[in-house]
Design a protein around this ligand. Structure first.
Ligand SMILES: [Zn+2]
Length: 66
């Protein structure tokens, strides 16, 4: 078994050799790694923004009863 193990880059799908030759594995390059991290950050911002507006909606709806 002399065939090197390869994985697919999660960002662009290019084959990446799993070994010391690929310091950014499972990504094929530093660029693809940064793109993936950026996608995560953008998604987190989206969720945080939606949660904030929901809280505002509820606090304005509650009125004290007498
Ligand atoms: Zn890639």
């Amino acid at each position: 078994m002399s065939q090197p193990m390869t994985v697919d880059c999660p960002t662009c799908g290019a084959p990446v050799e799993w070994g010391d030759k690929s310091p950014f594995r499972p990504f094929c390059s530093d660029r693809c790694k940064l793109i993936d991290l950026g996608a995560w950050a953008a998604e987190e911002h989206k969720i945080a923004g939606a949660h904030e507006s929901e809280d505002e909606l509820y606090s304005g709806d509650l009125e004290p009863r007498h």
